[in-house]
Design a protein around this ligand. Sequence first.
Ligand code: TYD
Ligand code: MG
Length: 454
Amino acid sequence: MAKAQKAYVCGDCGASTTKWQGQCPSCAAWNSLEPRVIEASRPAAGVPEATVQLLSAVGGETVPRIRTGLSELDRALGGGLVQGSAVLIGGDPGIGKSTLLLQAAARLETGRTTLYASGEESLQQVSLRGHRLGLPLEKVSAIATTRVEDVLAAVEQTRPGCVIVDSIQTMVTDMLPSAPGSPNQLRSCASLLVRLAKQTGITVVLVGHVTKDGQIAGPRLLEHMVDVVLYFESEVASRFRILRAVKNRFGAANELGIFVMTEGGIREVKNPSALFVSQRADPVPGSVVTAVHQGSRPLLVEVQALADQGGGSPPRRVAIGLEQNRLTLLLAVMHRHAGISTHASDVFVNVVGGVRIAEPAADLAALLATISSVRDRSLPRDLVVFGEVGLAGEVRPVAYGEERLREAAKVGFHRALVPRANQPRQPIAGIETIAVDCLQDVMRVLPALQASAG
Ligand code: TYD
Ligand code: MG
């Protein structure tokens, strides 16, 4: 491997020098130069380092994937770990990152060992956890260190199929004097490990803590350096965990993996739709179930709204799990095309279970939940609603309409309010669809639906 070099980079203008100086020679800022590890030494001038090839001649029809033994983790990764890729898994301390990765390490199908580099826990602690979870540890080698050079040496020595670095914030490189976790250390250690992945074809998984205050030294800094970024999240005090892909060079970026934390480690949730729909017997005002399509699967989630009269001036609009601007827009459309005003009410909308909806397919559900709360009339429990709402009050079709309906039927919904173009050609067993073109249509069918909810 080529040798890395040290340079001093100006934090203001980005210029680099080989010697430290009090003032940047480029932009004249004072005390802005910081040490940084830079790219390896260049070959002699004129000697090409890379070759040109026709893309058609470059193999790449399929990327080899390594299964992790956890299908929900494979799903979030887009079908398993890609060989030679760099993956970042971020999350709050204590959420279960180490547990998840030790479980994956024990079952990775690389055909070689997996190296677990722990900068936070001793080897005894890691091993104890592995034994307590009953994991097969024959193929997991481990090293407790905070020096990235130790990790690189261990890789050289054991030639693993995958390296897990837990956590990147604890790692330091000898080339820099700064403390572990500082932005410079973080970037330099990560770049050494990412380079390892690219040069050797060993998959590198980095664990990163999300710092609640000051994201500055958090995993965000590393997002652009790696191929895949997953965040491990949960609702406060919930046993359920959502592994969300926010970046994936080899798959869908909005994929979700859903897990539950148990005494015996992390388990996959096989039927997640039932999870995000509250299990009440009686319908309540302000609650509507929608079918979203996240990554490669449909998911049923409950949208709740509360319109509280006597709101301040200006009234508050709070959206959790939905875009705030989207809610403001929907309230304006509702006022204009359905004649329902919320200008004197605070409106809160929440998506149950910590799911974040990034598609407009939930518009109609958010709107109906708000109307339901304003009028204090509930909608039937067996109704699912989806569709995009336009500024002209039209209800627009969404992609994957049939998949959404099938999922709803599977979970036990009997009625669906859908955009007309999403009405299936062949009826879907167990679910009756009510098609609408615009908000006026919705208002027309609403009384009957409310009456059937009791
Ligand atoms: P951990 O994987 O150490 O979290 P992280 O690496 O993200 O900081 O998990 C810590 C929490 O998980 C801890 O509070 C205990 C809990 N836990 C379980 O509930 N069941 C288990 O089997 C294990 C190993 C941990
Ligand atoms: Mg940990």
